[in-house]
Design a protein around this ligand. Structure first.
Ligand code: HEM
Length: 73
């Protein structure tokens, strides 16, 4: 529980699926199956990587809260 907010398994399933989708897009862009024009390509790839990292850390945090019944706040 975080500030009265209860983490439910469905949220973790949703988050994990979202991460997989984001990772698929990142890999496809990295492999240039998805191409963007000019410097925008690396810019989006770079921000995609940060977005992935942020989402993964958040997802992992929620997973810990759920698995270990942590109470924060
Ligand atoms: C989850 C998958 C991936 C993540 C998190 C990721 C992340 C990154 C990051 C952080 C950079 C540095 C951006 C910068 O210079 O500011 C980068 C650059 C790059 N990545 Fe990826 N990447 C992924 C997959 C791939 C794949 C599958 C390929 C190609 C097969 C690829 C090809 C490249 C290339 C060509 C660069 C540019 C290097 C440069 O020109 O400086 N990436 N990637």
């Amino acid at each position: 529980m975080i500030l009265g907010f209860v983490v439910k398994p469905a949220m973790l399933v949703f988050g994990g699926t979202f991460l997989l989708l984001l990772m698929l897009l990142q890999v496809l862009q990295g492999m240039r199956k998805i191409k963007l024009k000019g410097p925008l390509h690396l810019k989006v790839h770079k921000w995609g990587a940060w977005a992935l990292l942020a989402a993964a850390v958040f997802h992992g945090f929620l997973g810990w809260v759920y698995a270990f019944h942590l109470e924060i706040g």
